[in-house]
Design a protein around this ligand. Structure first.
Ligand code: ATP
Length: 340
């Protein structure tokens, strides 16, 4: 593993810990997304890796080296912040050179690396512009060039796209991804946008209250959530309280449903993903359509069942309208069942 976080903890004052015995392992060249709600400790984790905060406990290792007690400038870690944090009085080139100067890179080598980094992000021609003469996307690319110029062993990105408008965001996201792949840089990025995390990352760590609830590939996180928090946070789902009656069988309200996997018998929370629900099943559970929202290729339909409202994502062409009674089928794979 290239980047290892071992039981990192950080507490500010008397508050509950912002980061609580957090462990993570990122292979060389991979992108890890830290995903979670506001205040769950994502930025603090990033700052602990960069050395901008001191850990109360735990270790940070990169390439086998223990960095925990080193100051930021001796860590060789590049950081791109949400606000580009460029110096307004310096040109693009001056901003990129700054970090190299701070690290004592000699002048000749410095200008070579500045040119190289600006070329990587496609800004060679705009090297002499000041930040205010650049667009938001261009400024973000300067910030990226500045982080890459130090040839970081790990690149950290804190919501790097959130200041950009939606269209620009997709473009810059693809550029960052392509560049990261080409350079083989290990990267950690923070986001609260799950679509972004699932699209961009090799590994996603879902955080809650300073801890990692689950770390896995985007598919693992989405299809096999390890905890109720992950099931509820990632993707859309309907949630019910029920009872596991026997292996593979859950009762919700008065209705018994088959489930592919179940915990031991007892009270349970059940999550059902909309895309695993069909509304055109012969002999299915009768449900009444309440709302239908067109979403392009699919429509999101809410149906009322005896045990409560259920969301279904169906092909947009399926002719269902509010008021219709439909046959609802829920495949056993659709149910994610956790002890309540
Ligand atoms: P967001 O998505 O809103 O940026 P986050 O997941 O990045 O949130 P952090 O910024 O890491 O969360 O904050 C975690 C917790 O630590 C929060 O409760 C926050 O208020 C607290 N915190 C962060 N920095 C400090 C600080 N310097 N002093 C006191 N409390 C802090």
């Amino acid at each position: 593993m290239h980047l290892l976080l071992e039981r990192l903890s950080k507490r500010f004052g008397r508050n509950p810990p912002a980061v609580d015995r957090l462990s993570l392992a990122v292979p060389r060249g991979a992108i890890l997304a830290l995903l979670g709600p506001s205040g769950c400790g994502k930025t603090t984790t990033l700052r602990l890796i960069a050395g901008l905060e001191r850990a109360d406990e735990g270790r940070v290792r990169v390439g086998g080296r223990d960095l925990t007690d080193l100051p930021p400038e001796r860590r060789n870690i590049g950081v791109v912040f949400q606000s580009y944090a460029l110096f307004p009085h310096l040109s693009a080139a001056g901003n990129v050179a700054f970090g190299l100067e701070a690290r004592g890179v000699p002048r000749g080598e410095r200008s070579r690396r500045v040119a190289e980094a600006l070329a990587m992000v496609g800004l060679a021609d705009l090297a002499q512009r000041k930040p205010r003469q650049l667009s938001g996307g261009q400024q973000q690319r300067v910030a990226l060039a500045r982080a890459l110029a130090i040839r970081p062993e790990v690149l950290l990105l804190d919501e790097p796209l959130s200041a950009l408008d939606a269209q620009l965001r997709d473009g810059v996201r693809e550029e960052i991804r392509a560049l990261q792949r080409r350079l083989g840089t290990t990267a950690v990025f923070v986001t609260h946008d799950q679509a972004e995390a699932l699209a961009l990352a090799d590994l996603v760590a879902v955080m809650n209250e300073g801890r990692v609830e689950q770390c896995g590939t985007p598919e693992e996180i989405f299809e096999t959530p390890a905890t109720p928090f992950v099931a509820g946070f990632v993707g859309r789902s309907s949630r019910f309280i029920g009872v596991v009656e026997a292996p593979g069988q859950v009762r919700i309200g008065g209705i018994a449903l088959a489930a592919a996997a179940t915990p031991p018998p007892g009270p349970a929370q059940v999550f059902i993903r909309p895309h695993h629900v069909r509304l055109d099943a012969e002999g299915g559970l009768p449900g009444r359509v309440v709302t239908r929202a067109y979403e392009g290729a699919t429509a999101l339909v809410q149906v009322d069942l005896p045990f409560g409202p259920l969301l279904a994502a169906v092909p947009a062409g399926l002719p269902v309208r509010p008021g219709d009674v439909v046959g609802v089928a829920i495949s056993p794979e659709a149910l994610r069942v956790f002890p309540a």
